[in-house]
Design a protein around this ligand. Structure first.
Ligand code: T4K
Length: 369
């Protein structure tokens, strides 16, 4: 029998008995959505787990990001990164603001803070960096720049569930952070998103936005939308949260195996290990330098695909190069991001990926003709 295909990720699911037990309450309560008991329980548990003062839950991470931008009235320029998933850039533009693309650091792939000030104009209102692959941005520098110029900092923390650095949890960085609870993430509620923040007044603002601008009653106090997390999604979150630490430990095992097999190979560049950081092992990005390794990223990806291993080119193309923008954002303005996007490949990584499969994947990579 040929081996089963291996995808870049495989969602974490709890034992099915856990989920059935959890959703039995929904039949009792007949409360299916609109911030019911499961939603409220998940909010409390996530605020504890993420070690943040406040959370607001959403139907998905993308709408959570749109909520942050729209309720903070960000309609001018937003300094951001093109080395990210579509959502980050689309949220800015769909909210009526203008992205200004900043280049990235060549080793961690997050926004290079040295370059931010040169991009600030009198129209700049916010900085929206991404902790890409769970590599935390230089928040101290970014916040100092933001304070000096009166800007908001909204983090796309979609990849950062459970991460902390020197005891500070990721959700406490910036004014607001967005976590994705999508099926493909370290922790999922099938679909889902979270905003974390310390300003208590935003609880009402965010809650209203996700339900048509209404907080009880029939009046809309803002131009909100419908972005509510259902009780079934919240129930999945409650179940998965019981196993997330175990899953992260299993992901660490897989990550270590990749590091053992691929570390030190000329032309294969791994993300640096992160001292002082509690990691979540969300992604395993690898950069292929074809001059040294002898084969390009695309050749390696094709060799893997021939063996039914589907690694992904996250993030290629850069969001600034999407066809919808019709060349509006020159790639020459972010040369490091352009370089990384041409060479990066994200390898399969999930809690129950057998180590023998990791070995096989590494063999295919190393033997790529
Ligand atoms: N900001 C950043 C930086 C993000 O990375 C994301 C999401 C967001 C914002 C937005 O958050 P959400 O609105 O999504 O909460 C996937 C995810 O759909 C997306 O959530 C994620 N980033 C992105 C990095 O990856 P695709 O288009 O690659 O998904 P797809 O369907 O190709 O899935 C990848 C692989 O996972 C498949 O080959 C098979 C496997 N898979 C996927 C699903 C959905 C399964 O085995 N089971 C499944 O149910 O975007």
């Amino acid at each position: 029998m040929p081996p089963e295909p291996i995808y870049v990720t495989r969602p974490a699911l709890p034992p099915i008995a856990d989920y059935i037990a959890e959703i039995e309450d929904i039949w009792e309560a007949r409360y299916l959505t609109n911030a019911g008991p499961k939603h409220q329980a998940l909010s409390r548990q996530l605020s504890d787990y993420l070690e943040v003062p406040h959370v607001a839950l959403f139907a998905n991470g993308h709408l959570a990001l749109e909520c942050a931008l729209q309720t903070l009235d960000i309609t001018g320029e937003v300094i951001t990164t093109p080395f990210t998933f579509a959502s980050t850039t689309l949220a800015i533009i769909r909210s009526g603001a203008t992205p200004v693309f900043c280049d990235i650091d060549p080793t961690t792939y997050v926004m290079d803070p040295e370059l931010i000030e040169s991009l600030i104009t009198d129209r700049t209102q916010a900085i929206l960096p991404v902790h890409v692959y769970g590599n935390l941005c230089d928040d101290e520098r970014i916040r100092a720049i933001a304070r000096k110029h009166g800007l908001k900092v909204i983090y796309d923390a979609a990849h950062t569930f459970g991460i902390s650095r020197n005891g500070v949890a990721a959700g406490n960085l910036g004014d607001v952070s967005m976590f994705s609870l999508h099926a493909t993430k370290v922790f999922n509620s099938i679909e889902g998103g979270v905003l974390t923040f310390s300003d208590e007044s935003l609880v009402r603002t965010f809650t209203a936005w996700r339900q048509f601008g209404q907080v009880g009653g029939e009046n809309s106090e803002s131009l909100g939308t419908n972005a509510k997390l259902t009780e079934f999604a919240a129930a999945m979150g409650l179940c998965n949260l019981r196993y997330v630490d175990e899953n992260i430990a299993l992901r660490e095992r897989v990550t270590n195996r990749y590091r053992e097999r691929l570390g030190g190979v000329p032309g294969i560049i791994l993300n640096p290990e992160r001292p002082g950081m509690r990691s979540n092992y969300a992604y395993f990005p690898v950069l292929f330098d074809s001059k040294q390794f002898g084969r390009s990223r695309d050749e390696v990806a094709a060799a893997l695909a021939r063996q039914d291993v589907f690694a992904r080119k996250y993030f290629h193309p850069l969001t600034s190069q999407f066809s919808v923008f019709q060349g509006r954002f020159p790639i020459s303005e972010t040369p490091v991001a352009a370089h990384v996007a041409e060479r990066v490949l994200v390898l399969p990584l999930y809690a129950d990926l057998p180590l023998e499969d990791v070995d096989r994947i590494c063999e295919i990579i190393l033997q790529t003709p």
